[in-house]
Design a protein around this ligand. Structure first.
Ligand SMILES: [Ca+2]
Ligand SMILES: [Ca+2]
Ligand SMILES: [Ca+2]
Ligand SMILES: [Ca+2]
Length: 262
């Protein structure tokens, strides 16, 4: 349905719709669409135009749905930019700021990070911790970005061209695409660790610092052949823990040199 989500009435469902969508969410009764200038008195009904999850309401969960899987950027899905735009536009409308990290009653639960400082769009990292419904309804969020989300992304690695053949990845979740390039791979784990949680690959316990404590954990786990987790030290995403992973961690920890790193 082409008009659904087209809040600025330009015939496209894209990132430009997020600002008027949030204005409608903030006050549905006074929201007047761009169409009203063309057709005076012709009001958009946000509850119809914005009820993406078809539960009869237009609320913050619809905005999340839009940011996660509907907002197009130059014709391509870019969920990173969708979340960034939602946070940024909400900050322009309200104080305090971010849509997914606010204390207003419009959003019942703010997104928190296990470490790091919340910045616009960081809620894109919260994809797991709750019951996950792939595809149509992104509902895995538990409002904290932590190891659980990292492991969910790793479980959805898919390096093929998304959309070319749905049969190849019907069991994968594109909500795990953290950097908006339509591929789910280790770059998305790096995106969570470095750009969302503001720490470094190798900070295994995600306490915000990479040090010999993390390196010791990784060292003990060298030799894990498959099914290894990020917390166990698989930093390159190939499923094992070996010297390749140790090299990544040591490169990120100058103070480890000569102590827990060669
Ligand atoms: Ca989570
Ligand atoms: Ca990606
Ligand atoms: Ca650490
Ligand atoms: Ca590895």
């Amino acid at each position: 349905m082409k008009i659904q989500g087209d809040f600025n009435v330009d015939g496209d469902r894209d990132l430009d719709d997020i600002a008027p969508m949030l204005a409608a969410l903030q006050n549905p009764r006074t929201f007047e669409s761009a169409d009203a200038a063309i057709n005076p008195g012709n009001y958009i009904i946000p509850e119809i135009l914005g009820d993406f999850d078809s539960d009869g309401n237009f609320n913050h969960l619809d905005v999340r749905y839009y940011a996660d899987g509907l907002a197009l950027d130059a014709g391509s899905l870019n969920r990173k930019q969708g979340f960034v735009e939602a946070d940024t536009e909400w900050a322009a409308l309200t104080s305090p700021g971010n849509f997914f990290f606010t204390d207003t009653t419009k959003v019942p639960s703010a997104t928190t990070l296990i470490t790091g400082t919340y910045a616009a769009g960081d809620a894109r990292g919260d994809v797991a911790g709750n019951t996950v419904l792939r595809g149509a309804q992104p509902r895995g969020q538990d409002y904290v970005v932590n190891h659980t989300d990292i492991e969910y992304v790793r479980a959805n690695f898919y390096s093929g061209a998304w959309g070319s053949n749905l049969d190849n990845h019907f069991d994968k979740d594109l909500s795990a695409d953290m950097n908006g390039d339509m591929v789910v791979d280790n770059a998305d784990v790096v995106e969570i660790v470095e750009n969302i949680l503001d720490t470094q690959m190798g900070d295994l316990d995600l306490n915000g610092t990479i040090d010999c404590g993390d390196l010791t954990t990784l060292g003990v786990n060298i030799g894990l052949a498959s099914g290894a987790t990020y917390a166990q030290g698989d930093l390159d995403g190939d499923g094992n823990v070996d010297n390749d992973d140790m090299a990544i961690a040591c490169a990120n920890c100058p103070t480890c040199s000569g102590t827990c790193c060669p």
